[in-house]
Write a protein that binds this ligand. Sequence first.
Ligand code: SAH
Length: 356
Amino acid sequence: MAEKTLQAVLNRLYEADVPDKADIEYGLSLQDPAQMGELFAFADEIRRRHVGNGILLRGIIEFSNYCSNTCEYCGLNKTNTNLTRYKLTDKQILNCIEQIANSGIGTVVLQSGEQTDLDAYWLAGIIREIKTRFDIAITLSVGERPFDDYALWKEAGADRYLLKIETTNRQLYQKLHPQMSFDNRLKCSKDLGILGYQNGSGNIIGLPGQTISDIAGDILFFAGERFDMIGIGPFIPHPATALSDCPSGDVEMVLKTIAVTRIITKDAHLPATTAIGSLNGNDHRPAALTAGANVLMPNFTPQPWRQLYEIYPGKRCSTEAPGTCGPCIDIMADTIGRTIDLSRGDSLKKKRKECA
Ligand code: SAH
Protein backbone atom coordinates (compact mmCIF):
# COMPACT_ATOMS: atom_id res chain seq x y z
CA MET A 1 0.00 0.00 0.00
CA ALA A 2 1.24 3.49 -0.87
CA GLU A 3 2.89 5.35 1.98
CA LYS A 4 0.58 7.89 3.58
CA THR A 5 2.90 10.37 5.21
CA LEU A 6 2.05 13.86 4.07
CA GLN A 7 5.40 14.46 2.35
CA ALA A 8 5.11 11.16 0.47
CA VAL A 9 1.60 12.09 -0.72
CA LEU A 10 2.68 15.59 -1.78
CA ASN A 11 5.63 14.22 -3.73
CA ARG A 12 3.41 11.69 -5.47
CA LEU A 13 0.83 14.35 -6.38
CA TYR A 14 3.59 16.45 -7.88
CA GLU A 15 5.29 13.66 -9.77
CA ALA A 16 2.41 11.51 -11.02
CA ASP A 17 1.28 11.80 -14.64
CA VAL A 18 -2.20 10.82 -13.52
CA PRO A 19 -2.58 11.55 -9.82
CA ASP A 20 -4.25 9.06 -7.53
CA LYS A 21 -7.71 10.21 -6.43
CA ALA A 22 -7.08 8.83 -2.93
CA ASP A 23 -3.98 11.06 -2.63
CA ILE A 24 -6.01 14.11 -3.69
CA GLU A 25 -8.69 13.28 -1.12
CA TYR A 26 -6.00 12.85 1.52
CA GLY A 27 -4.74 16.38 0.83
CA LEU A 28 -8.26 17.80 0.85
CA SER A 29 -9.10 16.03 4.13
CA LEU A 30 -6.24 17.49 6.17
CA GLN A 31 -7.50 19.19 9.33
CA ASP A 32 -4.40 19.67 11.45
CA PRO A 33 -3.21 23.31 11.04
CA ALA A 34 0.46 22.27 10.91
CA GLN A 35 -0.25 19.73 8.16
CA MET A 36 -2.35 22.21 6.20
CA GLY A 37 0.54 24.65 6.53
CA GLU A 38 2.83 21.99 5.06
CA LEU A 39 0.48 21.52 2.11
CA PHE A 40 0.25 25.28 1.46
CA ALA A 41 4.04 25.72 1.72
CA PHE A 42 4.62 22.86 -0.73
CA ALA A 43 2.13 24.37 -3.20
CA ASP A 44 3.69 27.81 -2.75
CA GLU A 45 7.08 26.40 -3.68
CA ILE A 46 5.65 24.68 -6.79
CA ARG A 47 4.02 28.00 -7.72
CA ARG A 48 7.36 29.79 -7.36
CA ARG A 49 9.16 27.16 -9.41
CA HIS A 50 6.65 26.95 -12.28
CA VAL A 51 5.05 30.42 -12.59
CA GLY A 52 7.44 32.63 -10.62
CA ASN A 53 6.92 35.37 -8.06
CA GLY A 54 4.86 37.77 -10.16
CA ILE A 55 1.15 38.24 -9.47
CA LEU A 56 -0.61 38.64 -12.82
CA LEU A 57 -3.43 41.19 -13.04
CA ARG A 58 -6.64 40.85 -15.06
CA GLY A 59 -8.89 43.91 -15.19
CA ILE A 60 -12.51 42.72 -15.11
CA ILE A 61 -15.49 44.54 -16.60
CA GLU A 62 -18.89 43.12 -15.72
CA PHE A 63 -20.65 44.61 -18.72
CA SER A 64 -24.16 43.23 -18.17
CA ASN A 65 -26.10 41.45 -15.43
CA TYR A 66 -28.93 40.25 -17.69
CA CYS A 67 -29.21 36.48 -17.49
CA SER A 68 -31.47 33.84 -19.04
CA ASN A 69 -30.29 31.09 -16.71
CA THR A 70 -31.48 29.77 -13.37
CA CYS A 71 -28.25 28.67 -11.60
CA GLU A 72 -29.58 28.10 -8.10
CA TYR A 73 -26.63 29.71 -6.31
CA CYS A 74 -26.34 32.88 -8.39
CA GLY A 75 -27.93 36.22 -7.56
CA LEU A 76 -28.11 37.12 -11.27
CA ASN A 77 -30.39 34.20 -12.11
CA LYS A 78 -33.47 35.28 -14.02
CA THR A 79 -35.93 34.42 -11.25
CA ASN A 80 -34.42 37.24 -9.15
CA THR A 81 -36.89 39.88 -10.28
CA ASN A 82 -35.82 42.34 -7.58
CA LEU A 83 -32.50 43.01 -9.28
CA THR A 84 -32.22 46.07 -11.52
CA ARG A 85 -30.69 44.87 -14.78
CA TYR A 86 -28.12 46.85 -16.79
CA LYS A 87 -25.95 46.63 -19.85
CA LEU A 88 -23.07 49.06 -20.37
CA THR A 89 -22.95 50.97 -23.65
CA ASP A 90 -20.11 50.46 -26.13
CA LYS A 91 -18.67 53.78 -25.07
CA GLN A 92 -18.76 52.85 -21.37
CA ILE A 93 -17.09 49.52 -22.08
CA LEU A 94 -14.35 51.15 -24.16
CA ASN A 95 -13.79 53.78 -21.46
CA CYS A 96 -13.24 50.99 -18.93
CA ILE A 97 -10.76 49.30 -21.27
CA GLU A 98 -8.92 52.57 -21.65
CA GLN A 99 -8.65 52.82 -17.88
CA ILE A 100 -7.33 49.27 -17.65
CA ALA A 101 -4.79 49.90 -20.41
CA ASN A 102 -3.74 53.18 -18.78
CA SER A 103 -3.10 51.30 -15.53
CA GLY A 104 -0.62 49.19 -17.49
CA ILE A 105 -2.66 46.00 -17.07
CA GLY A 106 -2.24 43.59 -20.01
CA THR A 107 -5.53 41.68 -19.88
CA VAL A 108 -9.18 42.60 -19.83
CA VAL A 109 -11.90 40.14 -18.82
CA LEU A 110 -15.34 40.86 -20.29
CA GLN A 111 -17.91 39.09 -18.14
CA SER A 112 -21.70 39.07 -18.06
CA GLY A 113 -24.67 36.94 -17.17
CA GLU A 114 -25.57 34.38 -19.80
CA GLN A 115 -27.99 36.01 -22.17
CA THR A 116 -29.35 33.85 -24.95
CA ASP A 117 -30.19 36.97 -26.98
CA LEU A 118 -26.72 38.53 -26.64
CA ASP A 119 -25.84 39.66 -30.16
CA ALA A 120 -22.71 37.72 -31.11
CA TYR A 121 -21.92 40.22 -33.89
CA TRP A 122 -22.15 43.12 -31.43
CA LEU A 123 -19.58 41.46 -29.14
CA ALA A 124 -17.35 40.63 -32.14
CA GLY A 125 -17.45 44.33 -33.05
CA ILE A 126 -16.40 45.35 -29.52
CA ILE A 127 -13.55 42.81 -29.61
CA ARG A 128 -12.31 44.21 -32.95
CA GLU A 129 -12.50 47.76 -31.68
CA ILE A 130 -10.53 46.87 -28.52
CA LYS A 131 -7.87 45.10 -30.56
CA THR A 132 -7.54 48.05 -32.94
CA ARG A 133 -7.15 50.59 -30.18
CA PHE A 134 -5.30 48.74 -27.41
CA ASP A 135 -2.49 46.24 -27.08
CA ILE A 136 -4.33 44.07 -24.58
CA ALA A 137 -5.34 40.42 -24.22
CA ILE A 138 -9.08 39.74 -24.13
CA THR A 139 -10.70 37.09 -21.97
CA LEU A 140 -14.40 36.48 -22.48
CA SER A 141 -16.75 35.04 -19.85
CA VAL A 142 -20.30 35.14 -21.16
CA GLY A 143 -21.35 31.53 -20.67
CA GLU A 144 -22.48 28.76 -23.01
CA ARG A 145 -22.80 29.65 -26.68
CA PRO A 146 -22.95 27.80 -30.02
CA PHE A 147 -19.59 26.79 -31.55
CA ASP A 148 -20.02 29.39 -34.31
CA ASP A 149 -20.24 32.28 -31.83
CA TYR A 150 -17.06 31.15 -30.07
CA ALA A 151 -15.41 30.88 -33.51
CA LEU A 152 -16.61 34.37 -34.50
CA TRP A 153 -15.19 35.92 -31.33
CA LYS A 154 -11.89 34.06 -31.68
CA GLU A 155 -11.63 35.28 -35.26
CA ALA A 156 -12.38 38.83 -34.04
CA GLY A 157 -9.39 38.64 -31.70
CA ALA A 158 -10.49 37.15 -28.36
CA ASP A 159 -7.61 35.31 -26.71
CA ARG A 160 -9.07 33.48 -23.74
CA TYR A 161 -12.38 32.23 -22.32
CA LEU A 162 -13.55 31.45 -18.80
CA LEU A 163 -16.33 28.88 -18.47
CA LYS A 164 -16.27 27.22 -15.08
CA ILE A 165 -17.64 23.70 -14.95
CA GLU A 166 -18.79 24.63 -11.39
CA THR A 167 -18.96 20.95 -10.34
CA THR A 168 -18.08 17.76 -12.20
CA ASN A 169 -20.65 15.80 -10.22
CA ARG A 170 -23.25 15.41 -12.95
CA GLN A 171 -26.18 14.81 -10.55
CA LEU A 172 -25.24 17.79 -8.40
CA TYR A 173 -24.77 19.92 -11.51
CA GLN A 174 -28.23 18.98 -12.76
CA LYS A 175 -29.80 19.71 -9.37
CA LEU A 176 -28.23 23.18 -9.20
CA HIS A 177 -28.86 24.01 -12.87
CA PRO A 178 -32.34 22.60 -13.44
CA GLN A 179 -32.77 24.05 -16.94
CA MET A 180 -29.22 23.49 -18.13
CA SER A 181 -27.26 20.49 -19.36
CA PHE A 182 -23.98 19.23 -17.95
CA ASP A 183 -23.19 17.70 -21.34
CA ASN A 184 -23.63 21.02 -23.09
CA ARG A 185 -21.38 22.80 -20.58
CA LEU A 186 -18.75 20.15 -21.17
CA LYS A 187 -19.18 20.44 -24.93
CA CYS A 188 -18.79 24.24 -24.78
CA SER A 189 -15.64 23.88 -22.69
CA LYS A 190 -14.18 21.44 -25.20
CA ASP A 191 -15.22 23.63 -28.17
CA LEU A 192 -13.24 26.51 -26.65
CA GLY A 193 -10.17 24.28 -26.47
CA ILE A 194 -10.65 23.10 -30.07
CA LEU A 195 -10.86 26.72 -31.25
CA GLY A 196 -7.52 27.52 -29.65
CA TYR A 197 -8.71 29.76 -26.85
CA GLN A 198 -6.56 29.82 -23.72
CA ASN A 199 -9.16 27.89 -21.82
CA GLY A 200 -10.36 28.54 -18.28
CA SER A 201 -12.43 26.33 -16.01
CA GLY A 202 -13.03 26.20 -12.27
CA ASN A 203 -15.42 25.15 -9.56
CA ILE A 204 -17.37 26.35 -6.54
CA ILE A 205 -16.37 24.93 -3.16
CA GLY A 206 -19.05 24.20 -0.56
CA LEU A 207 -22.04 23.74 -2.85
CA PRO A 208 -24.82 22.07 -0.84
CA GLY A 209 -24.42 18.30 -1.19
CA GLN A 210 -20.85 18.46 -2.57
CA THR A 211 -18.37 15.93 -1.15
CA ILE A 212 -14.59 15.74 -0.92
CA SER A 213 -14.73 13.04 -3.57
CA ASP A 214 -16.57 15.49 -5.87
CA ILE A 215 -13.88 18.13 -5.38
CA ALA A 216 -11.16 15.54 -6.04
CA GLY A 217 -13.04 14.67 -9.25
CA ASP A 218 -13.03 18.35 -10.23
CA ILE A 219 -9.25 18.53 -9.75
CA LEU A 220 -8.74 15.40 -11.86
CA PHE A 221 -10.89 17.00 -14.56
CA PHE A 222 -8.83 20.23 -14.48
CA ALA A 223 -5.61 18.27 -14.78
CA GLY A 224 -6.91 15.90 -17.46
CA GLU A 225 -8.15 18.73 -19.69
CA ARG A 226 -4.93 20.73 -19.19
CA PHE A 227 -6.79 23.98 -18.58
CA ASP A 228 -4.74 27.14 -18.86
CA MET A 229 -6.64 28.90 -16.06
CA ILE A 230 -8.62 27.50 -13.13
CA GLY A 231 -10.82 29.66 -10.89
CA ILE A 232 -11.59 28.12 -7.50
CA GLY A 233 -13.84 29.99 -5.08
CA PRO A 234 -16.20 29.42 -2.16
CA PHE A 235 -19.98 29.21 -2.44
CA ILE A 236 -21.53 32.30 -0.87
CA PRO A 237 -25.32 32.10 -0.33
CA HIS A 238 -27.38 34.83 -1.96
CA PRO A 239 -30.55 35.85 -0.08
CA ALA A 240 -32.67 36.00 -3.25
CA THR A 241 -31.91 32.40 -4.29
CA ALA A 242 -33.20 28.94 -3.38
CA LEU A 243 -29.92 28.30 -1.51
CA SER A 244 -30.19 31.38 0.73
CA ASP A 245 -30.17 29.34 3.96
CA CYS A 246 -27.22 27.11 3.07
CA PRO A 247 -23.83 27.68 4.74
CA SER A 248 -20.95 29.34 2.89
CA GLY A 249 -18.04 27.29 1.58
CA ASP A 250 -15.21 26.63 4.00
CA VAL A 251 -12.18 28.86 3.49
CA GLU A 252 -9.73 26.10 4.37
CA MET A 253 -11.30 23.75 1.84
CA VAL A 254 -10.90 26.44 -0.82
CA LEU A 255 -7.23 26.90 0.10
CA LYS A 256 -6.59 23.14 0.14
CA THR A 257 -8.25 22.84 -3.30
CA ILE A 258 -6.09 25.64 -4.71
CA ALA A 259 -2.97 24.07 -3.21
CA VAL A 260 -3.63 20.56 -4.54
CA THR A 261 -4.60 21.98 -7.94
CA ARG A 262 -1.33 23.93 -8.08
CA ILE A 263 0.74 20.88 -7.15
CA ILE A 264 -0.90 18.78 -9.86
CA THR A 265 -1.33 21.32 -12.68
CA LYS A 266 2.00 23.06 -11.97
CA ASP A 267 1.92 25.98 -14.44
CA ALA A 268 -1.81 26.78 -14.76
CA HIS A 269 -2.87 30.32 -13.89
CA LEU A 270 -4.87 30.22 -10.65
CA PRO A 271 -6.62 33.40 -9.49
CA ALA A 272 -7.09 34.39 -5.87
CA THR A 273 -10.77 34.88 -6.68
CA THR A 274 -12.93 37.78 -5.62
CA ALA A 275 -15.16 35.26 -3.83
CA ILE A 276 -12.30 34.16 -1.56
CA GLY A 277 -11.64 37.86 -0.97
CA SER A 278 -15.26 38.32 0.12
CA LEU A 279 -16.02 35.32 2.32
CA ASN A 280 -17.64 36.34 5.63
CA GLY A 281 -16.36 39.89 5.14
CA ASN A 282 -12.70 38.78 5.21
CA ASP A 283 -10.08 39.06 2.51
CA HIS A 284 -8.50 35.63 2.14
CA ARG A 285 -6.74 36.49 -1.13
CA PRO A 286 -3.29 36.77 0.51
CA ALA A 287 -3.81 33.27 1.95
CA ALA A 288 -4.78 31.99 -1.52
CA LEU A 289 -1.73 33.67 -3.08
CA THR A 290 0.52 31.86 -0.61
CA ALA A 291 -1.22 28.52 -1.15
CA GLY A 292 -0.65 28.31 -4.91
CA ALA A 293 -2.55 31.18 -6.58
CA ASN A 294 -0.78 33.67 -8.89
CA VAL A 295 -3.47 35.97 -10.34
CA LEU A 296 -5.63 38.86 -9.07
CA MET A 297 -8.62 40.36 -10.85
CA PRO A 298 -9.08 44.06 -10.04
CA ASN A 299 -12.59 45.26 -10.83
CA PHE A 300 -13.07 48.07 -13.38
CA THR A 301 -16.87 47.97 -13.62
CA PRO A 302 -18.04 51.55 -13.13
CA GLN A 303 -20.54 52.68 -10.52
CA PRO A 304 -23.46 52.52 -10.01
CA TRP A 305 -23.61 49.33 -12.11
CA ARG A 306 -20.89 47.49 -10.23
CA GLN A 307 -23.16 47.06 -7.19
CA LEU A 308 -25.77 45.44 -9.43
CA TYR A 309 -23.45 42.62 -10.53
CA GLU A 310 -24.33 40.82 -7.33
CA ILE A 311 -23.64 37.14 -8.01
CA TYR A 312 -23.31 36.79 -4.22
CA PRO A 313 -23.71 39.32 -1.39
CA GLY A 314 -20.81 41.16 0.27
CA LYS A 315 -18.75 41.12 -2.93
CA ARG A 316 -15.41 42.77 -2.29
CA CYS A 317 -15.08 46.42 -3.34
CA SER A 318 -18.59 46.53 -4.78
CA THR A 319 -19.06 50.13 -3.60
CA GLU A 320 -15.66 51.40 -4.72
CA ALA A 321 -14.82 53.35 -7.85
CA PRO A 322 -12.84 51.74 -10.67
CA GLY A 323 -9.09 52.19 -10.64
CA THR A 324 -8.85 52.28 -6.84
CA CYS A 325 -7.46 48.73 -6.57
CA GLY A 326 -3.86 49.70 -7.38
CA PRO A 327 -2.55 50.72 -3.93
CA CYS A 328 -4.41 47.89 -2.18
CA ILE A 329 -2.93 45.32 -4.57
CA ASP A 330 0.57 46.77 -4.22
CA ILE A 331 0.37 46.51 -0.42
CA MET A 332 -0.95 42.95 -0.65
CA ALA A 333 1.92 41.86 -2.90
CA ASP A 334 4.44 43.61 -0.70
CA THR A 335 3.14 42.03 2.49
CA ILE A 336 3.58 38.53 1.11
CA GLY A 337 6.94 39.27 -0.55
CA ARG A 338 5.72 39.14 -4.13
CA THR A 339 5.73 41.50 -7.11
CA ILE A 340 3.04 42.69 -9.50
CA ASP A 341 3.47 41.41 -13.06
CA LEU A 342 1.87 43.72 -15.65
CA SER A 343 2.54 41.49 -18.66
CA ARG A 344 -0.28 39.89 -20.67
CA GLY A 345 0.29 36.71 -18.69
CA ASP A 346 -0.45 34.30 -21.50
CA SER A 347 -0.79 30.62 -20.83
CA LEU A 348 2.48 28.92 -20.05
CA LYS A 349 1.01 25.69 -21.37
CA LYS A 350 0.33 27.16 -24.83
CA LYS A 351 3.82 28.64 -25.03
CA ARG A 352 5.31 25.28 -24.32
CA LYS A 353 3.16 23.63 -27.00
CA GLU A 354 4.20 26.22 -29.58
CA CYS A 355 7.86 25.61 -28.79
CA ALA A 356 7.49 21.86 -29.11
N1 SAH B 1 -22.39 33.81 -17.19
C1 SAH B 1 -21.00 33.45 -17.07
C2 SAH B 1 -20.35 34.09 -15.86
C3 SAH B 1 -20.98 33.68 -14.58
S1 SAH B 1 -20.56 34.61 -13.14
C4 SAH B 1 -20.89 31.93 -17.07
O1 SAH B 1 -21.90 31.26 -17.04
O2 SAH B 1 -19.79 31.42 -17.14
C5 SAH B 1 -18.96 33.98 -12.78
C6 SAH B 1 -18.87 32.91 -11.73
O3 SAH B 1 -19.44 33.34 -10.50
C7 SAH B 1 -19.60 31.63 -12.01
O4 SAH B 1 -18.89 30.83 -12.90
C8 SAH B 1 -19.73 31.01 -10.62
O5 SAH B 1 -18.68 30.09 -10.39
C9 SAH B 1 -19.57 32.19 -9.69
N2 SAH B 1 -20.74 32.35 -8.77
C10 SAH B 1 -22.00 32.67 -9.09
N3 SAH B 1 -22.77 32.70 -7.98
C11 SAH B 1 -21.97 32.38 -6.94
C12 SAH B 1 -22.19 32.24 -5.52
N4 SAH B 1 -23.38 32.44 -4.97
N5 SAH B 1 -21.13 31.92 -4.76
C13 SAH B 1 -19.90 31.73 -5.31
N6 SAH B 1 -19.64 31.82 -6.62
C14 SAH B 1 -20.68 32.16 -7.44
